[in-house]
Design a protein around this ligand. Structure first.
Ligand code: ADP
Length: 612
């Protein structure tokens, strides 16, 4: 068995891997960048090695530095986690060439599954059904347009090297094809250095179903059943569950057998996921589920599989990498109950899901119910350099309703501030009648997401309670929550004026600020000062660059009147476009950038002031 392990990752997955390694008595080595000096994974590992500046391409993506860190600390093996170098065959090979154990599949398996077109061809040859479409070499736009017409609209153009939901364009009609192709190729070249695309039939009522597989060096391959990741936002998973709602035993058997065939076709060792897309317009049917791609690593959503099977997948990875056979046979694996996971992000749904960075002054997650996988702690910083996922909340119940209700309760019990999170968005998604009924397709958030994204408002009761705690009663005036309303007093709630009904008279010197936490959301309440009151909420109308990037469009001019939620400008950062919107109704008091400007993180771009 491996005695020491370097984890080439950060955040929750590094912490997750360290936890199991520790339980197995394995010494752990973390690596970290400048921004992560105080990160949780650094604190939790037995040892930690600094590998460079904050940008991932100068630290977490530099294979040589990571291998050198393993050598320097005497680590025998490297676990890549997910993302970063996890699906980089050249890095896997370099690890092996350095005489270290790679906790992952053979580099050749990664390569075989690395490009979507080659993977689909390989799978078709192995008898695995693949999504109908064109996946050939010819990239001539006119030829591709003919293929799209043959497949029949709507079609999906996909970058063969794409990942993480990037490099995809849905096209509804021939008239839109040329533009969509050009924009997809541009994004693919910029993001993946490869502009080849394939064309697929766009599946209507699509559900994302994936099967966890596991192989060892003794030729065994098992599956650990399916997960359903259909609740997505812009092709990125939001809530995942296992098993899949509406999956009958016969369909499951056929799907999982296809997944095992797929893994065997690439001689697969370790944890992998075969992703399928299902046309669920008539429920889940084996003849309407097609291979999409294979992820040759541990997935973000692996905990739901762990919860329903009782298997620790990281333990299996470490055992298999050490040369042991898979600990259980297929017959010994069974599904127990239902599990659901929500991805908690430091982002603000009300401003177009912009990442929210800064210090986690308040960071409370449930500790008595469910499972929490996190990579941060109270007082830690959320930096703009990496993925803003700060925790995964995982609930396990006897059935789907129980898991769903428990997950909702876990989200309601979380309180994070001043960093914004998507907790309330997730609670609303769990409550959506279609989700509750298990009738989710990948377009649900696209259709109904606006209501889910709206900024949460505290209830009048919560506001009253917080305001009354701020204005404690003068000694001679009895102040009771259930006393009749006596007066209405103005306050600032996150910089916006609110009038709160108070019961009984209060003291003259209110507390300077109070946090109001309710069902997954937190607000700051401060006293209203008649003159320049809004100024008290200073900063709330300040639109800062959430990360370094380039301003690609400015939609307002100084002096313009703007409505809450109105787009002010578009920032391109981390290869994605982010719209920055007005936080409240007001006037553009300051505009510091023009289209084309490069901006640093936290640069003041625009300042919105409430109208006098
Ligand atoms: P990535 O590698 O970027 O994650 P995938 O190929 O896994 O891309 O697709 C991501 C998501 O896009 C899927 O989960 C699904 O929601 C949607 N999708 C992919 N292919 C199709 C298709 N042919 N029809 C409809 N939706 C699709």
């Amino acid at each position: 068995m491996i005695q020491s392990l370097l984890i080439a990752n950060r955040g929750e997955i590094a912490c997750r891997i360290i936890r199991t390694a520790r339980e197995m008595g394995i010494r752990t080595v973390a690596v970290y960048s400048d921004a992560d000096t105080k990160a949780l994974h650094v604190r939790e590992a037995d040892e930690a090695v600094h590998i460079g500046p904050s940008p991932a391409r100068e630290s977490y993506l530099v294979g040589d530095k990571i291998i050198a860190a393993a050598k320097a600390t005497g680590a025998e093996a490297i676990h890549p986690g997910y993302g970063f170098l996890s699906e980089n065959a050249a890095f896997a090979q370099a690890v092996i060439d350095a005489g270290l154990i790679w906790v992952g599949p053979k580099p050749a398996s990664i390569t075989a599954m690395g490009l979507k077109d080659a993977a689909k061809k390989l799978m078709a040859d192995a008898g695995v059904p693949v999504t109908p479409g064109y996946m050939g070499e010819n990239q001539d736009p006119a030829f591709l347009a003919e293929q799209a017409a043959d497949i029949g609209y709507p079609v999906l153009i996909k970058a063969v090297a794409g990942g993480g939901g990037k490099g995809m364009r849905k096209v509804d009609s021939a008239a839109d094809f040329a533009d969509a192709l050009a924009s997809c190729q541009r994004e693919a070249a910029a993001s993946f250095g490869n502009d080849h695309v394939l064309i697929e039939k766009y599946i209507l009522t699509p559900r994302h179903i994936e099967v966890q597989v596991f192989g060892d060096t003794h030729g065994n391959v098992v599956h650990l059943f399916e997960r359903d990741c259909s609740l997505q936002r812009r092709h990125q998973k939001v809530i995942e569950e296992a098993p899949a709602p509406g999956m009958d035993e016969a369909t499951r058997a056929e799907l999982c057998a296809a997944a095992v065939r797929a893994a065997k076709a690439v001689d697969y060792v370790g944890a992998g996921t075969i992703e399928f897309i299902a046309d669920a317009s008539e429920g889940l049917r084996a003849d309407r589920i097609w291979f999409m791609e294979m992820n040759t690593r541990l997935q973000v959503e692996h905990p739901v599989t762990e919860e329903i099977t009782g298997v620790d997948l990281v333990e299996w990875q470490l055992r298999v990498a050490s040369g042991e056979p898979i600990p259980l046979t297929q017959d010994e694996l069974a599904i127990d109950g239902w599990a659901m996971e929500a991805r908690l992000y430091a982002e603000d749904p009300a401003t177009g899901f912009l990442p929210s960075t800064g210090s986690l002054d308040l960071f409370q997650l449930p500790d008595h119910i469910g499972r929490v996988d996190t990579g941060v702690y109270e007082g830690a910083e959320v930096s703009p350099f990496y993925d803003p996922m700060i925790a995964k909340l995982i609930a396990h119940g006897e059935d789907r309703d129980e898991a769903r209700e428990l997950l909702s309760e876990m989200l309601e019990d979380s309180a994070i501030w001043p960093v914004r999170t998507n907790a309330r968005f997730l609670i609303r998604a769990l409550d959506h009648p279609d989700f509750a009924a298990g009738a989710v397709d990948t377009g649900l958030i696209g259709r109904d997401g606006e209501a889910m994204s709206a900024a949460p408002e505290p209830s009048p009761q919560a506001l009253t309670k917080a305001a009354m705690a701020m204005v404690p009663a003068s000694p001679h005036a009895g102040l009771r929550l259930n006393a009749p309303p006596v007066r209405t007093a103005p306050f600032l709630l996150d910089g916006k004026r609110v009038d709160v009904t108070l019961h009984g008279p209060g003291a003259d010197n209110p507390a300077p600020a109070m946090l109001v936490a309710e069902t997954g959301a937190v607000w700051q309440l401060t006293p209203w000062r008649a003159k320049g009151g809004a100024g008290d909420g200073a900063g709330d109308g300040d639109i800062l660059a959430p990360m370094p990037g380039k301003v690609i469009a400015v939609d307002v001019a100084a002096g313009d009147r703007v409505a809450r939620g109105q787009k002010l400008l578009t920032l391109e950062a981390m290869k994605m476009e982010h719209g920055l919107t007005a936080p409240f109704d007001g006037v553009v008091a300051e505009l510091n950038v023009a289209a084309g400007a490069q901006v640093q993180v936290e640069a003041l771009l625009v300042r919105v002031e409430p109208e006098a």
